[in-house]
Design a binder for this molecule. Sequence first.
Ligand code: 3HC
Length: 318
Amino acid sequence: MVQEMDLLKRFDAYIDSDQKIEAKDWMPDAYRKTLIRQISQHAHSEIIGMLPEGNWITRAPSLQRKAILLAKVQDEAGHGLYLYSAAETLGVNREELLDALHKGKAKYSSIFNYPTLTWADMGAIGWLVDGAAIMNQVPLCKCSYGPYARAMVRVCKEESFHQRQGFQIMLNLCNGTKEQKEMAQDALNRWWWPSLMMFGPNDESSMHSAQSMKWKIKRFSNDELRQRFVDMSVPQAELLGLTIPDEQLKWNEATGHYDFGPIDWSEFEAVVSGNGPCNRERLATRVKAHENGEWVRAAAAAHAAKVAKRKSLKTDAA
Ligand code: 3HC
C-alpha cells in the first residue's frame, strides 16, 4: 500500500509540474481508463468522420476540388491510425476497439451522424467541424499523456489545412451566384448547432471534465472551448456574408464574448444514443468497409509472418 502511495505521489508531482506521463510510467488505473475512453472515441471519430465527406469525392465540382477532398479524407484516416496507436500504448488492442465500434458499443463524435446534402456541406464541414476540432485539439497538444499530446501536434497541423480549404469553398460559393450563396447559407443553417454540440455537454453536466482537468488531459472546459469557437466563427460568417442561425446571438460588451441561444440537448442525447439522422448508415458503411478490407489485413499479416520467419532462420543460421 505504501508503495502505491509513493507512486501516486510521484504521478501527481509529474502532473502538477506539467511533465508528460509516458506509456512505461506508473499511472492510476482510472487515468489509464479515461485516456483509453477518450483516445479510442477520438480515433473512431476520425475514421467515421471520413464517411460524410467521402460521400462527395466522386461528385466534387472540379478535379482540383476532388484532389483536395481526397487528401483531406486520407488525412482523417491517418489521424485515426495515429490515435489507435496512441490508444494501444495504454495496453488495449486495435481489434478490440474496432470491434466495440462495429458492434455499436463505442462512441464517436455526434457531428458525423448528419447527412451531407450538397457540395456546400464540404465547405461547412471544413470551416466549422474542422474549425471546432482544432479549437478542441490544440489544447490536447499540452495533454499530460505524452503519446496523445504528440499525436495531436501532427493532427493539428493537418486540421488547419482542412479548415482553410473548407472556408475557401464557402467563400467561393458566397461570391458566386445567388443559388450558390443560398446553398452555403443552407449548409451553415444545418451544421451550426451540431458543431456547437461537438464540444460536449455543458460543464455542469459533463461527467468527466473535472477529473480530466485535474489530470491535465483536458486543459479547458467544454463551455470555454465552445465559447471561443463561437467568438471565432461569428466574424468569419460576417466576412462570408452569411447569417448564423441563432436569433439570440449578440455581442456582450461586458463579457467580451458573444451570447448565444440554448443548445437543443435532447437532439444531442438522441444523436449520441444512436438515433441521429445517419447513425445506422454510418455504422453499416464502416462495418462493410472493414469486412471488405479483411483480405488486405490477412495479406499484411502473412507477409509479416514470412519476414519474421526469414529473420529467425537467419539468426539461427548465424
Ligand atoms: N459526441 C459523442 N459523444 C460525446 C460528445 C459528442 N460530441 N461530447 C461528449 N460526449 C460523450 C463523452 O464521450 C462522454 O461519454 P462516455 O463517458 O461514454 O465517454 C459523455 O458524453 C460526457 O461528456 P464529457 O464532456 O464528460 O466527456 P469528455 O470529458 O470526454 O469530453 C470531448 C468530451 C470534449 C469530446 C472529449 O472527449 C475530447 O476532447 N475528445 C477528443 C477530441 C474528439 O474526440 N473530438 C471529436 C471530433 S474528432 C474530429 O472532429 C476529427 C476532425 O478531423 C474532423
